[in-house]
Design a protein around this ligand. Structure first.
Ligand SMILES: Nc1ncnc2c1ncn2[C@@H]1O[C@H](COP(=O)(O)OP(=O)(O)OP(=O)(O)O)[C@@H](O)[C@H]1O
Ligand SMILES: [Mg+2]
Length: 402
């Protein structure tokens, strides 16, 4: 079992926030992010000394990315060294991994996940790491296969970002659920890649097709949730027998959470409602899972005091308790396409990392607090990752590989 790991990243003040002479209300101290509520702060330049004015949240990682001159500045490389390398080492061991960025619109999700040509983000760096596997991951496979897919969820519909669109046909794919391997997108194109250059080519192709639009906060706002999936399959020799370890890496750049603005055109409002539907469902799934996990750990500690008996696994709809009457709440994965597709990453067979991105400005106080509460909840989710082995390979394949 493994808790969802949560990182917070604070971006620089934007031009707009600078023009408004926005005050910085966020502070990062090692693994703690502190937010000051200036509405209750009368002494504007005084020290941060009142408890009501400051709320502190602790996370697995906190990144201060405001000023490159600052000694604690966290660059794209620093973020990769923590989060990207842990994605890679998990994938090399054969776990499913999910890394997703969540936060207010314009807070730095796409910057963190994709980056810019001058400042490459996590997704391309992880792909590069797959192909330049470091020596410190000692057991090298006999061979490996990398296949990628790239989809977006726009207005609760799934679109393939790597397929030529045929305008005559409706451009929507169906989500189905396999009894063993879980939810998947029917007909989503899979692309075999053999080097980093090919992956970057596909990433760029997909990013160019992804829907973005100008909003009042952000002129290149992602209007869809994007999932870049890497199927990484390693052929290994175990006890001199050929077998496979297959891991799936989901790299998710969500659309921003935002309030509906009446001055928007109808398209932006419809998009906003659908973006929020997925994000609201994600929030419900996260908080229900967190409650269930807490219930499970408190039942476990009571059980370990009262008896040495067995306990039910997390994720079953009913869990053991002292009286046997407490039930785990139902998780509404299927209420949105996003949560359905990420079912395994949330409470299932996956190691999962969430990056919560925030603005440091006072004008974003409410959104920042809501993102940090959301992220705090996610820390409590307990997943059940397992190494996805070992399918004996047919003899023909064995001869082909070795
Ligand atoms: N850590 C950072 N360092 C420098 N610039 C950043 C950082 N994070 C974000 N930015 C800049 O802020 C702007 C908004 O970032 P980004 O597009 O990543 O937001 P987003 O969270 O994806 O927004 P949306 O939800 O609307 O898609 C971009 O111009 C981006 O380059
Ligand atoms: Mg974005």
């Amino acid at each position: 079992m493994a808790n969802v790991k949560v990182a917070v990243r604070v971006r620089p003040l934007s031009k707009r926030e600078n023009a408004e002479e926005g005050r910085i209300i966020v502070e990062v101290d090692n693994k703690v992010a502190k937010v000051r509520n200036i509405k209750v702060d009368n002494r504007l330049d005084g020290p941060w000394d009142s408890r009501e004015k400051i709320v502190a949240f602790s996370f697995d990682y906190c990144y201060w990315s405001i000023d490159p001159e600052d000694p604690k500045y966290a660059s794209q490389e620093v973020v990769f060294q923590d989060l990207g390398t842990s994605v890679l080492s998990g994938a090399f061991k054969g776990y499913n991994i999910c890394l997703f960025a969540y936060g207010q619109t314009g807070s730095g999700k796409t910057y963190t996940m994709m980056g810019t040509p001058a400042s490459v983000g996590l997704t391309p760096r992880i792909c590069e790491g797959l192909f330049s596997r470091q020596d410190d991951y000692s057991e090298q496979p006999a061979s490996c296969r990398v296949e990628v897919s790239f989809l977006e969820i726009y207005n609760e519909r799934v679109r393939d970002l790597l397929k030529q669109s045929d305008h005559k046909k409706p451009y929507t794919l169906r989500v189905r659920e396999h009894p063993e391997t879980g939810p998947y997108v029917q007909g989503l194109s899979q692309h075999l890649v053999t080097d980093y250059k090919q992956v970057v080519g596909l990433l760029e192709e997909g990013i160019a097709k992804r829907i973005t639009a100008a909003t009042h906060i952000h002129d290149a706002s992602s209007r869809s949730h994007a999932i870049f999936t890497i199927h990484y399959t390693q052929a290994i020799l175990e006890n001199n027998l050929p077998s496979e370890i297959a891991s799936k890496i989901n790299l998710v750049d969500l659309a921003g959470s935002e309030r509906a603005d009446p001055s928007y055109c109808k398209d932006r409002i419809t998009e906003g409602a659908n973006i929020n539907k997925s994000l609201v469902t994600l929030g419900i799934v996260i908080s229900t899972l967190a409650q269930n996990s807490q219930m499970f750990s408190s039942c476990q500690s009571i059980n370990s005091i009262t008896s040495e008996g067995d306990s039910s696994p997390v994720g079953s709809h009913t869990t053991g308790s002292v009286s046997g009457t407490r039930r785990q709440a139902y998780i509404p994965y299927r209420d949105s396409i996003l949560t359905w597709l990420l079912k395994d990453s949330l409470g299932g067979n996956s190691k999962t990392i969430m990056v919560a991105t925030i603005s440091p400005a006072s004008s974003s106080y409410n959104e920042t607090m809501s993102t940090l509460r959301y992220a705090s909840n996610a820390k409590n989710i307990i997943n059940k990752p397992r190494v996805n082995e070992v399918r004996p390979l047919p003899r023909l394949y064995y001869l082909h590989i070795f």
